[in-house]
Design a protein. Sequence first.
Length: 734
Amino acid sequence: MTRSEKEFDYIKIKLASPIRIFQWSHRRLPNGQFVGEVQKSETINYRTFKPEMDGLFCERIFGPSKSFECACGKYKRVRYDGLICERCGVELTESRVRRHRMGHINLIYPVTHVWYINSRPNYMALLLEVEQCEKTLNTAITWFAFSKYILSHIAVESTYNGNTKTTLEDYEILISSILQPNSLSTFLNEYKFDSKQKIKRKKSGELNLWDGRIKRIKLSSLSYFIAEDEISFYGLHWDLQKYRQCRALRLTGYPLKPYAKPKPQNRRRNTPKYLLRTTPHYLIGAVLIKKELEKLNLNDEINYTRNFITCCSNVLQDSLRKWEYQRIYKLQDQSIKRIRILENLLATGSNPAWMIITILPVIPPALRPMIQLEGGRFATSDLNELYRRIITRNNRLLRLLEIDAPQLIIRNEKRMLQEAVDTLIDNGKRGKIALSANNRPLKSLSDIIKGKHGRFRQNLLGKRVDYSGRSVIVVGPSLKLNQCGLPYEMAIELFQPFIIRELINQGFASNMKIAKNLIQQNESTVDPVVEKILANHPIFLNRAPTLHRLGIQAFEPILVQGRAIKLHPLVCSAFNADFDGDQMAVHLPLSLEAQAECYMLMLAPHNFLSPANGEPIIMPSQDMVLGCYYLTVQNIKGLLGSNHYFTSLEDVILAYNQEQIELHATIWIRYNNALPKPKNLVQSIKLSDKSCVEYYENLQVRKDKKGNKIVQYLQTTTGRVIFNYTIQKTLNLL
């Protein structure tokens, strides 16, 4: 199999249709047999340790476990490449196809996708316009779309305290006039009236029923309320239909006036089965949601929602009461969210009904491996256990439907199937977290993808790259703003290809092996080569998390001893770094274009302003301000070296380094540049050579007998000299 070299600009993730999922795995063998559906929950045979056919590791579906070797062993070796074994149906190809070939599971009952029904915002609730994703049904269920009919003289058996009695009673039946137009004629044809029984139509109006089993119905848990042929559960179906009718009339769709709960009775009525058949057959659960989503016309819904937003905006301009304003504002906000979803669905060509899963894809077996350990035990991925649960429950539901099991059992099995699919997609998203045998949460598909250790951040975005390193950062106050200290060991390792090339070019080594030996032996000829390379090659420093573009900047490396990266303290605010153990990564730009961008765009002095607000981001911190204040403190008397005279700044620093003067000692330094004319003469002393010395507050001036200035001394401190010397040296004024 050749690797595809087709170039692409981007990838797009969107909803997959059931047909697309089916096409991912469906294949036809030369004998006419179709493969792709995983029908068994088994993985491997415990005797032969070979994958079970039609199981989760089936070689016929996913490809051979060993390259160019079929399951039955009839064909082996590469000369049979592309052949399909007529015995086992396995295609002879490379085993790496098991990394991309998929399978599928045909679900007996559709299930909802937990991402779309338990999300914030709830996409299905917004599309169906079910307000707040829930309806509180502690009151009676109210219908309008029915007509009432009375059946008279119906024989009904009732049991009271163990005694059975037959009575003739009148019954009210419901005949739907909208949803089932032919329901009345169907009922009249199926039920034969005798001479005493009559059917009479009652005045149409609202019908109030009560069922104590319904307490609260949420759309997010609708897939667990899976019931058919039960009149009580039709309330949610009416709820959806009624709400869609109300919103077309610009109404809210709130439940009507509550009705009192009926008192419990100790008499159990045995209603005849033919009367129960008059109750319409309605859908519930994921089937109902799927049916409602299929009815949506995206273009019409977008136009309506836009008009509704405009209507809400006009109403909000009027004077309203507080609760009315909040109510309409909330409806407008929900409509804005809804139109975004509708437009995205229309732009991607997706059908909202695809949120309901009817065909479940099975990822390739190489992505959920089973590995044999020492001692004969096996370690398997959690996904295999989650898929096994789904297949087991799906097959059990099929058998229950075939034997016509009671609805209570079937309903429970459908609920368990929904829970199994939810656990596979996102364990713990809805309901209890599924645990393994050792009480460890099973890792679902969402857990594999999301988070710091997920597929994207850990394996795709966070993968290790060449020409990169990582180390702890320490402060480097002697560095320039565009410099950083790079440890010698790290520089040798990162720039090794460049060093080898330069050693060969300069004749220190004749081949690569000799050059590597010179580097490993720390020969003296290597150091000048390293310094030469680093002088013209910038590096990137990155600190995670990279929240803005200043999280990665370029610097000119300076070789330092030790194993820590030295960083200028002024760039710490851009990296949000401090020196309490933070680590930073080093990356090398390889191409000339990348190096040019480093010098032109990425150097730290070029990133002076914050991209968020345009304010300077290179600002002295509190410890820098405190250090400058401490360095320039004066008027401290009695210190070593006080009142000493110096001719230059360098002499002061030399004396300080030799510990002849202290940092805050008051000294006199010769100053040759012009100064403003001093004022406030303190004292003037004439010398024997007729020259004089004039003492001012912070200045001494010696003049000759003609009054010409010979020399002048400024009064300052050692710290202020160091501060001034550093500034002048940085500005290249010395």
